[in-house]
Design a binder for this molecule. Structure first.
Ligand code: CA2
Length: 146
């Protein structure tokens, strides 16, 4: 059966490509979704791609992944640095998790160096822009095949 990957995007990522291109580039979230969708097809996976500005929606989506998805890719955006609730939901769902950031958070402000998501993540990719999501799909494929 085709394995499915849940791709979760946190607050303000809906503005990608529309504001602050000097930090986050010109690629929109919809461009990233299309790239993920076509790469997933090549890997024989299906994806559910979502974005929300609300922490509770993100928690609900992660909880609902149980029995539905084989792995999770998450860019929790600002909630990365604040959300015990997202960390707990990711731990509870018990799926492999790849954390992605478009920017290199370690080359930015100190408050971005701390990630609650990393406590629940199998691996972390940052600083490679939209390519990070593609590499995360490759990483999950390897994990599924182990
Ligand atoms: O580098 C990343 O992917 C981040 O997760 C992006 C978050 C930031 O808070 C994290 O520290 C690192 C911010 C996402 C906001 O995206 C915007 C896009 C366009 C315009 C404004 C914000």
């Amino acid at each position: 059966m085709t394995k499915s990957v849940l791709i979760v995007n946190g607050p303000n990522l809906n503005m990608l490509g529309k504001r602050e291109p000097e930090i986050y580039g010109h690629t929109t979230l919809s461009d990233i979704e299309q790239k993920c969708s076509s790469h997933a097809k090549e890997l024989g996976l299906s994806i559910e791609f979502m974005q929300s500005n609300h922490e509770g929606d993100l928690v609900n989506t992660i909880q609902d992944a149980h029995g539905k998805h084989a792995g999770i890719i998450i860019n929790a955006a600002a909630y990365t640095h604040t959300s015990v609730a997202l960390m707990d939901a990711l731990k509870a769902v018990g799926l492999p998790v790849i954390e992605v950031h478009l920017s290199n958070v370690f080359a930015r402000e100190d408050f971005r160096h701390k990630s609650y998501i990393s406590f629940a993540a199998t691996g972390v990719i940052c600083g490679l822009g939209a390519k990070g999501y593609i590499l995360a799909l490759d990483a999950l494929t390897e994990i599924f095949d182990q």
